[in-house]
Design a protein around this ligand. Structure first.
Ligand SMILES: NC(=O)c1ccc[n+]([C@@H]2O[C@H](COP(=O)([O-])OP(=O)(O)OC[C@H]3O[C@@H](n4cnc5c(N)ncnc54)[C@H](OP(=O)(O)O)[C@@H]3O)[C@@H](O)[C@H]2O)c1
Length: 308
């Protein structure tokens, strides 16, 4: 029996969080969405979602509300110099909310969003038991995952979701490639012979919904479409679908590091990843390739940009 839950969601306006919000609304749950401004609050309220106006940096603005919820899903991340310390502060707040519930005799499900880059280069197919070997950009992430996993108890169900590179709509790394294709020049960092583990946004969101709904779900879940696509194949397919065939430029890693910083090393990771634990929840990605779905993804990209 599926239980309808009250769910506190951070990052509800973000790329991952928007998809998760849609999925949990569709599943009949009652989301309470952390938003930063009254304007955003109004926007989510028109969708029948209860906004909680607050800030990751001010846990007092949301911990009490989070403590009234059966499940807490954390997808927010601030892409600034403070991002990592804010994520740590947020985890402390989420654990505080879970502790308050435990003391009141209530159970909690905690879902933390990590990312597949924590695995580093994968020498073999990597499932959820694979050791981590993060590049500098996400060297901090495994300890944050562990803080959440360590909270597991008879009253707390703790799960970590590691999405692959997300595609779909008009946001994220793959949408940037689609945009570059439209502008006639797509850049590949490094040789492009490396494999990216990717996941369609709606499929990813479906995994979050399954994790909260399944009383047995806890621990680490990978979310990847298992297509093992090479970056150069993704880019070629996008270039071919551009109105006039886009040029492709390979940017040497040293140059990319100078221009982009540590994300350059994450973009050249060679990763082939499997998600068997997610599949035990009945999760089955509906899209299995970017290259094979470029026409559809371009249509989604244009629709999402027009709607923004
Ligand atoms: N996108 C991917 O391909 C991908 C892949 C793997 C893992 N992940 C992980 O998934 C998480 C979310 O990524 P994303 O791509 O969805 O990011 P995003 O689109 O930038 O969304 C970030 C969300 O966090 C909120 N936020 C940022 N700072 C905040 C603050 N100080 N207080 C309250 N809310 C704040 C933003 O709210 P505003 O709308 O107010 O800015 C937004 O809703 C990150 O941890 C990321 O590493 C992403």
């Amino acid at each position: 029996m599926v239980l309808f839950m009250r769910i506190f969601l951070t990052g509800a306006t973000g790329y991952v969080g928007t998809a998760v919000l849609d999925a949990i609304v569709r599943a009949g749950h009652e989301p309470l969405a952390l938003v930063r401004t009254p304007e955003t609050a109004e926007r989510v309220a028109t969708r029948g979602v209860r906004p909680v106006v607050g800030e990751l940096a001010a846990p007092e603005s949301w911990v009490e509300v989070a403590a009234t919820c059966e499940a807490i899903i954390h997808t927010a991340f601030e892409g600034t110099r403070q991002g990592v310390s804010l994520d740590r502060l947020t985890i402390d707040g989420l654990l505080d909310a879970a502790r308050r519930r435990t003391e009141a005799g209530a159970a909690t499900t905690l879902v933390y969003t990590s990312g597949i880059w924590v695995l580093g280069d994968t020498l073999e197919l990597a499932d959820e038991t694979a050791p981590v070997n993060p590049p500098d950009l996400v060297a901090w992430r495994p300890s944050h995952e562990q803080l959440v996993l360590d909270a597991a108890s008879s009253a707390v169900r703790a799960a970590v979701i590691r999405p692959g590179i997300v595609y779909g709509g008009a946001r994220g790394i793959v949408a940037d490639l689609l945009k570059e294709g439209g502008n006639g020049l797509i850049r590949i960092i490094g040789t492009g012979t490396n494999h990216w583990p990717c996941v369609y946004d709606r499929d990813l969101a479906d995994l979050y919904a399954r994790v909260v709904a399944n009383p047995e779900a806890q621990g680490i879940y990978h979310a990847t479409d298992e297509a093992d696509e090479r970056v150069e194949d993704i880019v070629e397919a996008i270039a071919e679908h551009s109105k006039t065939r886009a040029d492709v430029r390979r940017v040497p890693i040293a140059e990319a590091r100078t221009k982009l910083g540590p994300i350059a090393d994450a973009l050249v990771l060679d990763q082939r990843v499997r998600s068997p634990r997610a599949r035990t929840l009945g999760w089955e990605p509906t899209l299995h390739s970017i290259a094979g779905n470029v026409a559809r993804l371009l249509e989604e990209f244009r629709d999402a940009r027009a709607a923004a």
